[in-house]
Design a protein around this ligand. Structure first.
Ligand SMILES: C[S@@+](CC[C@H](N)C(=O)[O-])C[C@H]1O[C@@H](n2cnc3c(N)ncnc32)[C@H](O)[C@@H]1O
Length: 281
């Protein structure tokens, strides 16, 4: 995947609208990791977030810190994140994960959400080790879409694991990237974390409701969309007649819940969240 998959006009706005925000529970779990349970109104000093996107985690973690430096390699993602943030103590900048412009031993928490699979991990982990205070923590968070149902209560939930994996793989540049084997739960990434004091928690979930007519925009909001679309169009040009069955997140989700293109039905998407944390000594 290119370092900036969000350069097409409007992609970051779609990212902001359709990618889920992390829950308060996830933030509380992570911020209690460095020093044990924080007291009411107690704040940690400094967090940096790498690959912040349009602020899906930044704005949930910001209330627990005196200062937050949120960074992303994509100027478009940073521009949109800065436009919608509600916090004066959050500063945004364009920075690459592998070369962090921050002082040694300066941070309480380094946070990375849904982007570790895109980094040169040995370089990034070395940078995280350098900028964290002794006793500071790194949190690597990811999620994968797991289920879809109609939004009314009591509706069956359909497993979307294969559909989601096929979509991500169809749009990924590197056939050997960590993501392909590791889409569910970042198992390899956890093993690569070079700290012995590390743990994982796979018990968090996010639920997101949207209208079925929005599914095409959800699909377009993904960083993998450009490559996915190019490959899809090439298949059509080459006359492959099973194209519509092979890939297509929006179409696949509609089929699972029995909704036709053009119908306007409220759907619920369910994401499994995994949180990897390590303490740096
Ligand atoms: C899938 S988005 C995740 C955004 C947000 N953190 C979230 O949880 O929704 C991945 C982000 O990582 C950024 N990114 C990719 N490679 C990067 C790198 N080497 N350094 C910093 N950011 C990077 C992308 O620009 C993108 O905004």
């Amino acid at each position: 995947m290119s370092k900036n998959s969000y350069s097409s006009p409007g992609r970051s706005e779609l990212y902001l609208k359709y990618h889920p925000k992390y829950s308060d529970d996830v933030a509380r779990y992570v911020i209690n990791y460095p020093k044990g349970e924080l007291k009411e109104n107690e704040k940690l000093d400094l967090m940096i977030e790498v690959g912040c996107g349009t602020g899906q985690a930044t704005n949930v973690f910001a209330p627990f810190f005196k200062q937050v430096l949120a960074t992303d390699v994509s100027p478009e993602q940073v521009r949109v994140a800065a436009k919608v943030t509600g916090f004066n103590h959050v500063t945004y900048s364009v920075t690459s994960a592998e070369d962090l412009p921050f002082e040694d031993s300066s941070e309480d928490l380094v946070l990375i959400c849904l982007s570790a699979h895109l980094y040169d991990l040995p370089k990034f982990f070395a940078e995280a080790q350098r900028v964290l205070k002794p006793g500071g923590c790194i949190a690597v968070i990811g999620y994968a879409m797991k289920g879809v149902s109609r939004a009314e209560p009591g509706q069956p939930v359909h497993d979307v694991s294969q559909l989601y994996t096929d979509f991500i793989v169809a749009g990924s540049k590197e056939p050997t990237s960590l993501l392909h084997d590791d889409l569910y739960k970042y198992k390899k990434i956890f093993n690569l974390m070079p700290w012995s004091d590390k743990t994982r928690n796979d018990n968090f979930k996010i639920e997101l409701e949207m209208e079925s007519r929005e599914l095409e925009d959800l699909e377009k909001s993904y960083g993998v969309y450009e490559i996915y679309e190019r490959r899809y169009m090439e298949k059509i040009k080459n006359g492959e007649n099973n194209v519509s069955k092979s890939i297509g997140l929006a179409e696949g989700l509609r089929k699972l819940v029995g909704v036709k293109y053009g119908d306007d039905i409220k759907l619920k998407l369910i994401y499994e969240v995994f949180v990897l944390t390590a303490r740096v000594h």
